[in-house]
Design a protein around this ligand. Sequence first.
Ligand SMILES: [Zn+2]
Length: 364
Amino acid sequence: MIVEGAILDIDGIRPAYVRFRHGRVVETGAIGADGGRGRERRVHGIVVPPPVNAHTHLGDAVSVREPPRGSVSTLVRPPDGYKFRLLADSTATEKRRAMRRALHRMVREGLAGAIDFREEGRAGVELLRAAAQDLPLRLFVFGRPVRRPLDPTELREVLDLADGIGLSSAQDETQETRRAVARACRAKGKRYALHASEARREDPQEFLDPVPDLLVHLARATATDLETVRDAGVPVAVCPRSNALFGRQPDLARMERIGLTVLLGTDNAMFHAPSIWRELEFAYVGSRLRHRPVSADFLARAALVEPWRWLGAPEAARVGPDAPFPPLVLRLPPEDPAYQVVTRTTEHLMVRGRPPGRRGGRAR
Ligand SMILES: [Zn+2]
């Protein structure tokens, strides 16, 4: 099969053709130079690397009801907010099945990576690993020890299984806890992350001490705060739909203008389906509604390119024969590729191949 149209990947956006054989890319090049003489199936479209959902709480997928009225902190604050009561009231099997359903949905939508904040200590991480078994995606799990004050044994047990530790926020955890967690992560070559300035502004001196590997939200950050984060070299995962549910928005236009590294995520699975395509469209249109327009190109990179860099796998963000995951073929017009990808992509527009030996028809 030859896809003729455009490529959007880590090297930018360009008109191109991509030749597939058995669902894998064998060749890319300039339009008109493919040498095919009508024997191969030819489709028009845009080829992109598979996206990564850079912030989820998949455990929450046990409940999909409309959230009760209340502030975000009464809903999601540990240890006894609404979501933690729901998690405590659900069985391990219910949670594992709910997470697997959510992961399946993400894979069906073409996703090949997810960065999850998994609550409930070591058992929580174990459940998520079990839920993701055999699924063709790279799952990065931030676990979270439950006991306070920190129990070094529990922290070690969580870190043995998780890729890092993701804390609630600097206002929910003491500096002593944050420092001990970050130190333990560094010692094991793992990563430390936390939410920041979600419901109200927090001081960067707090949430940047110690310096995390990833921040989440910054919906209430000031212009100066954003510059401070940029200067500290910390990437930010933003979740515009989750913020909007509680009446706020990250200032994506400013983040883009000042050169902050931004990744896109869908946050709590109880509030929103973990669909990166819905998130992309909302982020784009929402920024217009707020009269703070962000570019489609910036958002496309936040879903398709930056998370792969953060995961240390930039090769997964390149459309070519060496990518570890097959790219997505989107049957979209090749004009303004980033705009098409951000505002028009649905799973129905993906061209599915049937390569041998892959579960679930992931490769295409
Ligand atoms: Zn979160």
